[in-house]
Write a protein that binds this ligand. Structure first.
Ligand SMILES: C[S@@+](CC[C@H](N)C(=O)[O-])C[C@H]1O[C@@H](n2cnc3c(N)ncnc32)[C@H](O)[C@@H]1O
Length: 214
């Protein structure tokens, strides 16, 4: 999908749908927070939530004392909603409107979190762009939390085709520079009551050979 078409799609989603009625809505990011704790990343280190949408992950991280949180999303509409929701706390967060596949980070992050974004990249070219950005955006010891539809997850989401992953196929998609630390399946319950299988995986960078200068 071309970047402009992709942006238009997600802008329309957030302009038309209440934030708590989208299928990926979660009142609390339980599994993400468990993996962030497992990563051992400190509250002083930089975290980025890629395709963060209106997720409450940023609110939860701020409540837990994280001081360097960035949310990136292709939709400016949803980032405006997050800014409004955070109120005065928005000043402590970087909100970046960008397509992750063309994102040019100006700094590095200790932890990259992505729930339900990577699986929308259904071409090898888009996945390669994503991994290239990821490789450039993380610190040498950086960690990655990827949550995507599992092997028995839906084949479409928000009207778009998606790829489904096992821990092994996620590892293959990321390439040899990443080592899988842990993974687990989750049954996500949508606001409409449907079950969706997700896989959550924590990866650590094991090779610095792909690190490029910013
Ligand atoms: C299914 S939602 C998940 C939102 C959030 N991560 C959560 O768990 O609630 C996918 C999000 O990714 C954003 N998105 C989709 N494609 C993107 C891209 N190429 N770059 C950045 N954000 C993207 C959408 O705007 C949307 O907010």
């Amino acid at each position: 999908m071309m970047p402009d078409t992709r942006r238009a799609h997600w802008e329309a989603v957030y302009q038309q749908r209440p934030l708590d009625r989208v299928s990926w809505y979660q009142a609390y990011p339980t599994r993400s927070m468990a993996l962030i704790r497992a990563s051992g990343v400190s509250t002083e280190e930089a975290l980025i939530d890629v395709g963060g949408g209106a997720s409450f992950l940023v609110d939860t991280l701020l409540q837990d004392g994280f001081k360097d949180v960035t949310v990136l999303d292709i939709s400016s509409t949803v980032l405006d909603r997050v800014r409004e929701r955070l109120g005065k706390f928005a000043a402590n967060v970087s909100l970046i409107p960008a397509d992750v596949t063309t994102f040019a980070p100006s700094r590095r992050y200790a932890l990259w979190h992505d729930r339900a974004v990577f699986h929308f990249l259904t071409t090898p070219e888009d996945r390669a762009r994503y991994v290239r950005v990821l490789d450039g955006a993380l610190t040498p010891n950086g960690q990655l939390i990827l949550a995507a539809f599992g092997p028995e997850g839906p084949e479409r989401c928000s009207g778009l085709p998606v790829a489904r992953y096992s821990a092994l196929s996620l590892s293959v998609a990321l390439g040899s520079a990443w080592s899988l630390e842990q993974s687990s399946l989750e049954e996500h319950r949508t606001p409409a009551g449907t079950a969706q299988q997700f896989i959550y995986a924590l990866f650590r960078r094991k090779s610095t050979e792909l690190i490029r200068p910013l």
